[in-house]
Design a binder for this molecule. Sequence first.
Ligand SMILES: [Zn+2]
Length: 257
Amino acid sequence: MEEPSRCWVCHRSEAEISAFADVETPQEREIQQQMSQVTRFRAGFIESADVWRKGVPKELKEFDFKFVTSNADEFKSIRIANGLLGEIAAPNKLLGEIGDAKKLTVDRLESVALILRKGDGEVPGFGALSRFEKADRDLLRRMVDQFETKWRRRIGSDGSKGVDSNGYKSGFEGLKLLDGLEFMIAAGTLYYDVQAQLLDMARRKENSSKAKRGVSVLLVSGYPPVPLCSVCVDVMKELSSHMVQAAAPPIVASSAR
Ligand SMILES: [Zn+2]
């Protein structure tokens, strides 16, 4: 067995390349961007939540949360008189905003709550949960469980009324405007926390499956097979439109032709 060769282009050895600083892959960069986005969206959501709490028309507090937020347009014509001076407030804008925010957070969480609880199935944007470690899937399940235990409610609604065998209600069932709003804010925040956790899992997965950095014998079009380091291969791939193409097949495959 020959000693591992040095890279044909930069003459660095396997050890030198392995010691080379870990370089972020495009996938890792993408995940990183998504993570900062989720952090920003979560902060924006919490900020809006304060505005909703203050601005939600108390005159409608006896109304059903889901009914009011999903029919915000219907409330356009209902103008509510506040106080003696008869100041008029049109609640539809705020209610519509709450309804829209719910669609983007709670409704999405509802659609995957069962999958997260089972630790099995496809989560849009992240693929099959089974590709992640059991400890990670357990953590997601606990996030959902703890939330539902605290609220004595299932996140997802199966349309049933009353309580299930565990004494849990389902979704927004029976919640009036103000309590529904609190449930919606809590579930929406959980949605972002679940997103952040899934992204962290995807980032660790990407990092661990990253190609090992080193020197291997590769086929470059127009040349006999040569030892190349992964750093030079990356550069050659980037420049491939210009002159070189680093083909991936190892020497065994290319000599068999
Ligand atoms: Zn090299």
